[in-house]
Design a protein around this ligand. Structure first.
Ligand SMILES: Nc1nc2c(ncn2[C@@H]2O[C@H](COP(=O)(O)OP(=O)(O)OP(=O)(O)O)[C@@H](O)[C@H]2O)c(=O)[nH]1
Ligand SMILES: [Mg+2]
Length: 463
């Protein structure tokens, strides 16, 4: 494919040691050479530089010969580069001024234009170096919020999941080939055998799809974080818990009931799992208008949460409000935290355990720093049965992939059903083809321009 030459600042703008400008395309090396004066006099031109070499010198404004910045320039020739095109990366001084001035002179060149967000990665895809699934993983690598999410995205960008999808497609293509032979040579009519073969082949593809879909929920959680609402009556220690888990004084803690009014969000990582903790206003009947709004927000946070941490005071007996709320929450992922165990016991534990699963009760003291480990342990068990560590890191986490896998699975079910009721084979071929196309769309084989544009615009500039 023929492309023009693009450039962008690839590092975040701000104070830092260095900044990097990336140029990619057929004129990349020539453009950089036009602005670059090497310190090493034996290097006549960057166009002579061997691939994958780095050169020290200055960027000079061509019209005035003014030195703009002292730089290192790397030359990487296609196809062995990020975009599979000729790529030049210029390391300038950090900060905003140096990198902007260098960028300005690059963009003054006739053959270079500024890159759109994600355009470098898009080129890598369009030039066939990576598939769409790998390209999407590049976004996830950049955005990952925990070590775990990062490793998973990393694996996906290397193509581990892509290979699984490709293997699935192989199964479906064998099916299609078999069907086509039957359509082309109906005289070889071995109908019984064919029907069984179609069903077996569909079934084995469905089993593989199911396995991948099963990882989807975990994948989403690892990528986006478990939305965790900390709720309970006023003054039980919800904000103290947020601060303890976050190891930061993020929320205001006082002994005045009704301290927290707004929902406070903080991302924390527990055993490698990202949690989006929401500290909320204590739930109670109140005539205070601001607190009332706060209580409404607490209830909203409850509705959308993946996990609820319900905090109760060890030093008080169970309130009627607690009983009502706990009953409503019984079918949700719930951990009950009995806090303030450093104080005198007033809570009737037997009564509490009659209301909730006693395995889901943890006792803590935020003041004496007790029970936090058990709480963290419970959270990881609840979501991953404690076996997260042994997994092979292939997670489906992208909604686009999930819906296409479901589409493929449905088409395969349809093919089985059609075979069972003796529908003509050319109709079954349509189902099989649909499954094949849905799987192909995951990798980008059948992806239309608008989908591709939509995916790549999610990237940041310079990637
Ligand atoms: N003794 C004791 N006091 C605690 C413990 N945890 C929190 N507290 C105290 O209880 C009071 C209320 O704590 P907060 O964390 O503000 O409680 P909250 O649930 O966020 O309260 P609201 O925002 O008003 O709903 C503060 O004075 C805390 O220091 C604990 O484990 N033991
Ligand atoms: Mg609070």
């Amino acid at each position: 494919m023929d492309f023009d030459t693009i450039a962008a600042i690839s590092t975040a703008l701000g104070e830092g040691g260095i900044a990097i400008i990336r140029i990619s395309g057929p004129k990349a090396i020539r453009a950089a050479d036009h602005l670059f004066k090497a310190k090493n006099k034996s290097l006549q031109s960057l166009e002579e530089a061997p691939s994958h070499t780095i050169h020290y010198g200055h960027i000079v404004e061509p019209k005035t010969d003014r030195i703009i910045d002292e730089v290192l320039v790397s030359v990487m020739r296609g196809p062995k580069s990020f975009t599979a095109e000729d790529v030049v990366e210029i390391n300038t001084h950090g900060g905003i001024i140096a990198v902007k001035q260098v960028m300005d002179v690059i963009l003054e060149m006739d053959d270079v234009r500024i890159a759109e967000p994600g355009e470098f990665t898009k080129r890598a895809f369009l030039n066939g170096r990576i598939d769409l699934m790998q390209a999407e993983a590049v976004i996830d690598v950049i955005r990952s919020r925990s070590d775990r999410a990062f490793s998973i995205a990393q694996k996906q960008s290397e193509g581990v999941l892509s290979r699984k999808i490709a293997a699935l497609r192989q199964t479906v293509i064998e099916l299609l080939a078999h069907i086509e032979v039957n359509i082309d040579y109906p005289e070889h009519d071995v109908e019984e055998l064919t029907a069984q073969f179609i069903k077996d082949q569909c079934q084995s593809a469905i089993v593989e799809i199911e396995k991948l879909l099963k990882t989807a929920n975990e994948g989403k959680i690892l990528r986006e974080g478990i939305v965790t609402a900390i709720v309970g009556r006023p003054n039980v220690g919800k904000s103290s818990m947020l601060n303890t888990l976050a190891q930061d004084e993020k929320a205001i803690v006082t002994d005045i009931p009704g301290t927290t009014r707004d929902v406070i969000e903080q991302v924390v990582t527990i055993n490698g799992i990202p949690l989006r903790l929401l500290d909320t206003a204590g739930i109670r009947e109140t005539s205070d208008l601001v607190e009332k709004i706060g209580v409404e927000r607490s209830k909203d946070a409850l509705k959308d949460a993946d996990l609820i941490l319900y905090v109760i005071n060890y030093n008080e007996s169970l309130h009627d409000e607690d009983k009502i709320l706990l009953q409503e929450l019984i079918d949700r992922p719930l951990i009950v935290i009995v806090n303030k165990t450093d104080l005198q016991q007033q809570l009737d534990m037997a009564e509490l355990q009659s209301l909730v699963d006693k395995n889901m009760v943890v006792q803590t003291s935020m003041i004496a720093d007790e029970g936090i480990d058990q709480l963290e342990q419970k959270i990881s068990e609840l979501f991953f049965d404690g076996q997260l560590e042994s997994d092979d890191l292939t997670y489906i986490s992208n909604v686009r992939h999930i819906s296409l896998l479901k589409k493929a699975r449905q088409a395969l079910y349809d093919a089985i059903e059609a075979t069972d009721v003796g529908i003509p084979i050319d109709i079954i071929q349509i189902d099989a083809r649909m499954a094949w196309e849905a799987l192909g769309e995951i990798l980008g084989d059948q992806a239309g321009d608008s989908l591709i544009d939509q995916i790549f615009t999610q990237f940041c500039l310079g990637k």
